[in-house]
Design a protein around this ligand. Structure first.
Ligand code: GLA
Ligand code: ZN
Length: 671
């Protein structure tokens, strides 16, 4: 808990308005009116802070931080490394990134810097230290926001050298690297670590071991840069906690690693509302909140979200009335301690001038978005007591980024549309529809405390993951794994001797082959005798062919040359149960199947009654009370009496009906 209040506010860029004192004054007045108590500042201020090399101007920032603080508004202070001044790029070209075609970028955009460059690191260290000396003890600064949305990679000579050194540390000898990357294939054997180059479209792209290692290196380099930024703050005496803002389903960094370098996870949520059914958009966003929370299994911060329309999509649709509040409350429901926007005041020029903001170009407080933001600001005051409470889940779904890297890089059995994200989402949705809190975890997470763990398409096993499954099931857990799992090791080398590797006895089966279906083709899953499921379900995309080895078939395939063979297998192992789902089944299968498993495992949902379609139910556990969040993401009203709710209403109107996008938050006394 970094504040006694739910942090409400967002990105604020006063450096764009320093010559407009009236506007700056008005901003403070409007912020107070909207219930704003926190801003994040400084992420793109470097050229205002250091307009020429070693010429520093921090006084304007100090004035802003102090004025805001005097008005009850805290600052989340960013380090400015996300975008550097022109003089820096001109004088030290090594700070500019080199792309995968080995072309050095010109100055421009943002996030365009080499993480290895000693010059860039030194310059960042210096400005960070100055900020820390000045604001490390400022009562208005409650949190450090390190850089902004770290991302991208650099292929410059400095980075190549660093990659080679990192590989030497990882593999020990070039012989071991050659063996693990299977480089005798196509005569790609390396004689020394100095031979290895980062993947490139004009060079090597087909060595999957190399591709995986490079992605791991990029994450390590980024984490190392992030840690160096934090070290500079600490060396200059700053004690406030740190965060960095992560992105939605970002495929280029391993956030499991990045999260280890910071104190608090935060992320930027920009769902495309009203593009498809909002209940699906909401569910996908919910999964992302749960993923972020699960990185540390602790409350997180919603660092950015849009008060109305973003401006970077193909079409920038306005958020319908009520969606601003629904999105904010949804973050809290999943464990956030803040509702923050990008941005408080809309910039006047350049590429984000049409991006939504709390204060738009009209500069008025009687416009729709400002009024909605103010209403939520007022509503959040009544929710203060949820701070410190946590989302506790008895069920988890594994969504592992290294697995995704390997899965999507592999050639065969489907080279496009593997639907990994969708497959995870189907499993997640089935649990959420039953009213469960769900963690979304990496393979590295501890499985202790879960009753049910589901691992969809877990193609890559990290070292020892098979033992983790075994121990979990042996000790009474229920583990579900789906098709195309346990196929390769951490270097993307196929396991020999049968799969799913190391756990064929746990699941009581062996995968012998995997059939890929063309887009639009389907097979069926048919209940076998004694199955808890009573109807047929469609399955698509991938179908594992399975031989039983002690397990019992729950479902068999309905067609093809493997008609009648096992498709879903149940096995009791040790004190627990293991299930293997051999094909990409339709949503209804997971809904019904997890209905059976939840009963069997004794997991307790957040509410007693049945969750209506399109309604989200989540729970937070506090020291004295529990909190139940119910949200309607449908565009019609819904009767929620069937949820059998009880408790005191902290937010929202009634326990009977929720209008479109309406939310309800209840306080439930501990029994
Ligand atoms: C990201 C960035 C912000 C801003 C928003 C716009 O999240 O961090 O600086 O560009 O996108 O949506
Ligand atoms: Zn570089």
């Amino acid at each position: 808990m970094i504040s006694q209040q739910i942090l409400y506010g967002g990105d604020y860029n006063p450096e764009q308005w320093l010559d407009e004192p009236e506007i700056l004054k008005k901003d403070v007045q409007y912020m107070k009116e909207a219930g704003i108590n926190a801003v994040s500042m400084g992420m793109f201020s470097w050229s205002a802070l250091e307009p020429a090399e070693d010429e520093y101007h921090l006084e304007w920032l100090e004035e802003r931080i102090s004025t805001l603080y005097e008005n009850g508004i805290y600052t989340i202070l960013a380090t400015p490394s996300g975008a550097r001044p022109k003089w820096l790029a001109d004088r030290y070209p090594e700070v500019l990134r080199v792309d995968e075609n080995r072309v050095r970028k010109l100055f421009g955009a943002r996030h365009n810097h080499c993480y290895t460059s000693p010059v860039y690191r030194e310059k960042v260290r210096k400005i960070n230290m100055l900020l820390a000396e000045r604001f490390g003890a400022h009562p208005g600064v409650i949190l450090w926001h390190i850089s902004n949305e770290y991302g991208g990679e650099c292929h410059c000579p400095l980075c190549q050298k660093a990659f080679q050194e990192w590989l030497a540390g990882q593999y020990g000898s070039i012989e071991i690297l050659n063996k693990k990357w299977w480089t005798t294939f196509w005569s790609h054997t390396y004689n020394s670590f100095d031979d290895v180059e980062s993947p490139s479209p004009i060079g090597e792209m087909d060595c999957h071991g190399l591709n995986l290692a490079w992605k791991r290196f990029v994450t390590e380099k980024t984490a190392d840069f992030l840690e160096a930024e934090i070290q500079a703050l600490r060396d200059a005496g700053a004690g406030q906690p740190t965060t960095t803002n992560l992105m939605y389903d970002y495929p280029f960094l391993n956030y499991d690693r990045i999260a280890k370098s910071i104190d608090i996870v935060s992320w930027d949520s920009y769902p495309a509302w009203h593009k498809r059914e909002d209940i699906n958009t909401a569910l996908d966003n919910a999964m992302q909140h749960d993923y972020m929370r699960s990185l540390k299994k602790k409350p997180f911060l919603l660092m950015e979200s849009c008060p109305s329309a973003t401006n970077w999509g193909k079409v920038s649709k306005l958020k319908r009335p009520g969606v601003l509040a629904a999105a904010g409350i949804q973050a809290l429901a999943h464990g956030s301690e803040s509702v923050l926007y990008f941005q408080i005041r809309q910039s006047r020029g350049s590429s984000e001038k049409f991006h939504g903001a709390v204060i738009d170009h009209s500069g008025r407080n009687d416009v729709r978005v400002f009024k909605e933001a103010s209403a939520l600001g007022a509503g959040l005051k009544g929710l203060k007591e949820i701070l410190g409470s946590e989302v506790k889940a008895q069920a988890a779904v594994v969504y592992d980024i290294e697995n995704r890297w390997a899965l999507e890089d592999a050639r065969g059995p489907r080279n496009e549309n593997l639907y990994y994200h969708e497959s995870v989402l189907k499993n997640y949705r089935a649990l959420r529809n039953k009213g469960l809190n769900v963690d979304v975890i990496h393979e590295t997470a501890s499985l202790d405390g879960y009753r049910l763990v589901i691992a969809p398409m877990l193609y890559l096993f990290h070292d020892g993951f098979e033992e983790k499954i075994r121990t979990f099931v042996e000790n009474g857990g229920c583990f579900v794994m789906t098709y195309w799992s346990g196929i390769v090791d951490r270097d993307d080398r196929c396991f020999l001797g049968g799969t799913p590797y190391g756990v064929m006895d746990v699941f009581g089966m062996r995968r012998t082959e995997t059939d890929a279906l063309y887009e639009g083709e389907c097979n069926t899953l048919c209940p076998a005798e004694g199955s808890c499921l009573a109807r047929d379900y469609e399955c698509r995309n991938l179908c594992d062919l399975i031989t039983l080895e002690g397990g019992k078939a729950l479902m068999t395939y309905g067609s093809e040359f493997y008609q009648g063979t096992p498709a879903v297998v149940e096995n009791s192992f040790g004190q627990g149960m293991a299930y293997y789902v051999g094909a990409d089944a339709e949503q209804g299968f997971y809904d019904d199947f997890y209905g059976c498993l939840i009963k069997r495992t004794g997991i307790v949902p957040v509410v007693k009654g049945t969750v209506p379609q399109g309604v989200e139910v989540s729970g937070r556990t506090g020291a004295d009370a529990d909190y139940v969040f119910v949200q309607n993401f449908r565009n019609d009203s819904i009767n929620i009496r069937q949820l059998e709710l009880e408790g005191e209403i902290l937010y929202g109107g009634s326990m009977d009906v929720l209008t479109p996008y309406e939310s309800l938050v209840l306080r439930v006394e501990k029994r």
